[in-house]
Design a protein around this ligand. Structure first.
Ligand SMILES: Cc1cc2nc3c(=O)[nH]c(=O)nc-3n(C[C@H](O)[C@H](O)[C@H](O)COP(=O)(O)OP(=O)(O)OC[C@H]3O[C@@H](n4cnc5c(N)ncnc54)[C@H](O)[C@@H]3O)c2cc1C
Length: 382
C-alpha cells in the first residue's frame, strides 16, 4: 500500500480524497464513523474567510479551499459552502489596528472587503447593537462551510476514486522504519510507504516523543443554539452574515456566530483556552443549562437583542492548539515517512480542503504548490 491516512475528520477526509484522486493506493482509518460528534468537526457550521486574523500566510489556503468546496459540491451534489459574507466587528477606539492584518492580506491577494462605521453597521445589520466606536470589516465572499457535509462528500469522492476506508477501527501504534511504516490497529496490522496522521485531538497519543506530544493542547469548546425572538427571518443567510465580535481582551468579549441554518435558532460560541484537557476521551461532554444561560448573559444579551436566552441545544467540541496557535503540517523529525497534519487550533476547517491537496502533493511529489513552511515543526525547536 502507498499511503495510510489515520483519522478521517476535516484534514483526513480531505487528504484521502486528494490522494485517491491522484490514483494513490490509499487506506483511510478512523476509530469512529465520520462525520461524528466526538472530535473537532461537528456542529453544523464553520466560518470561512480568506481574510483571516491569524496571518496573511493563510489566505492562499482559504482561497484554494473555496475553489475546492465549489468543485466538491459540483461532483457530489452536496451543499458545502454558503457565501453569506463574514463580518468582523472590532472596537477601533480601543484597537485602531484591529483590521491591519486582514487589510494587508486583502492588498496582497486582491480580496474585496468593505469597512463599515457604526452608522453603516446599524443600517446594514440592525440585528447588532454596536457602540459608536465599533467598526465592521465585511468580506462578502466569506461565509460558512458545513463540516459534516464537507467530510461526507470528500469521503464519498475518496471511495469513488478507489480509496479504502475503515471506519470504527482504532489505530494503536505507528512504527516508522527506514523502509516502511507499520500501523497497528485493534483489528489488524498494515504496512505502507508513508502515513499521514490526521488524528486531531488524539494526535499526541500517537506520538512517541513526549516533547512533540506536549505541543498539542486539547481544550473543551461549547456551541450554543438560541432561539431568535419572533421570526428568525432576520437571521437567515443573505440578511445576516457569519460574524466575529472581537474583544480587546479576547477572553472577556470575543464571540462568533452564524446565520440561522434551521430558520429558528442562531448558533453562537466563543473560544475557550482556560483548561487544557489531559485526555480527549475524558472531555466533559455535558453542558448544564446554567452554562448556556451564563454565556448568553455575558456575550449575547445587549449585543444581539433579538437572540433570546432560550437555548434549544448546546454541544461540546474540542480545539487542538499549538503554543503559537498556528498549524503543524510537516514530516516528523527523524521519521520522514510520517506526515502530521491536524492540530489546527480552532481555525482549520476553512483551510482543510487545500491542506488535503497539499498533503497529497507532499507525499506523492515531495513538494507542495502552497507554501507550508509557516507550519513546520522546526519553529518550536529553533
Ligand atoms: C467549536 C469549534 C469551532 C470551530 N470553528 C471554526 C471556524 O469557524 N472556522 C474554522 O475554519 N475552523 C473552526 N474550527 C476548527 C476546525 O473545526 C478544526 O481545525 C478541524 O475540524 C480539525 O480537524 P481535524 O481533522 O484535525 O480533527 P477531527 O475532525 O477531530 O478529526 C480527527 C479524526 O481522527 C480520528 N482518530 C483519532 N484518533 C484515532 C486513532 N487512534 N485511530 C483512528 N482514528 C483516530 C477521530 O475519530 C477523528 O475522526 C472550530 C473547531 C471547534 C471545535
Amino acid at each position: 500500500m502507498d499511503v495510510i491516512v489515520v483519522g478521517l475528520g476535516a484534514m483526513g477526509s480531505a487528504a484521502v480524497h486528494q490522494l485517491a484522486r491522484r490514483g494513490v493506493d490509499v487506506l483511510g482509518i478512523d476509530r469512529h464513523s465520520p462525520p461524528h460528534t466526538f472530535g473537532s468537526s461537528h456542529g453544523e457550521t464553520r466560518i470561512t474567510r480568506r481574510l483571516t486574523l491569524e496571518g496573511t500566510e493563510y489566505a492562499p489556503l482559504a482561497v484554494r479551499s473555496h475553489e475546492w468546496w465549489r468543485r466538491i459540491e459540483a461532483e457530489t451534489g452536496a451543499s458545502v459552502f454558503t457565501a453569506c459574507g463574514v463580518l468582523n466587528l472590532a472596537d477601533h477606539a480601543a484597537d485602531p489596528e484591529a483590521f491591519a492584518v486582514r487589510e494587508r492580506a486583502a492588498a496582497a491577494h486582491g480580496i474585496d472587503y468593505e469597512l463599515l462605521d457604526a452608522t453603516a453597521l446599524r443600517d446594514r445589520f440592525p440585528q447588532f447593537r454596536v457602540e459608536d466606536t465599533r467598526m465592521g470589516l465585511l468580506e462578502p465572499s466569506g461565509g460558512f462551510v458545513r463540516p459534516e457535509a464537507a467530510i461526507s462528500a470528500q469521503l464519498e469522492l475518496a471511495e469513488r476514486y478507489g480509496a479504502r476506508l475503515h471506519r470504527g477501527e482504532r489505530v494503536l501504534a505507528v512504527d516508522a522504519a527506514a523502509s516502511a511504516v507499520t500501523v497497528r490497529t485493534d483489528v489488524a496490522t498494515y504496512t505502507a510507504d508513508q502515513v499521514v496522521l490526521c488524528a486531531g485531538g488524539w494526535l499526541a497519543g500517537l506520538l512517541d516523543d513526549p516533547g512533540l506530544a506536549r505541543l498539542f493542547g486539547v481544550y473543551r469548546q461549547v456551541l450554543h443554539w438560541f432561539e431568535a425572538e419572533g421570526s428568525a427571518q432576520d437571521f437567515t443567510p443573505g440578511r445576516f452574515p457569519a460574524f466575529i465580535w472581537e474583544g480587546v481582551s479576547r477572553a472577556d468579549e470575543y464571540f462568533y456566530g452564524f446565520p440561522s441554518v434551521d430558520g429558528a435558532t442562531v448558533k453562537v460560541a466563543t473560544g475557550q483556552l482556560d483548561h487544557r484537557t489531559p485526555d480527549p476521551d475524558m472531555l466533559d461532554r455535558t453542558v448544564a443549562p446554567e452554562e448556556a444561560a451564563g454565556f448568553h448573559q455575558a456575550m449575547i444579551s445587549g449585543r444581539l437583542p433579538q437572540v433570546s436566552a432560550r437555548a434549544t441545544r448546546s454541544q461540546v467540541c474540542m480545539y487542538t492548539v499549538t503554543p503559537d496557535e498556528a498549524f503543524v503540517i510537516d514530516r516528523l523529525p527523524g521519521r520522514e515517512r510520517v506526515v502530521v497534519a491536524s492540530p489546527c487550533s480552532g481555525h482549520g476547517f476553512k483551510h482543510s480542503a487545500a491542506i488535503g491537496e497539499a498533503l497529497a502533493e507532499l507525499v506523492t511529489d515531495g513538494a507542495t504548490t502552497l507554501d507550508l513552511t509557516p507550519f513546520a515543526l522546526g519553529r518550536f525547536t529553533r
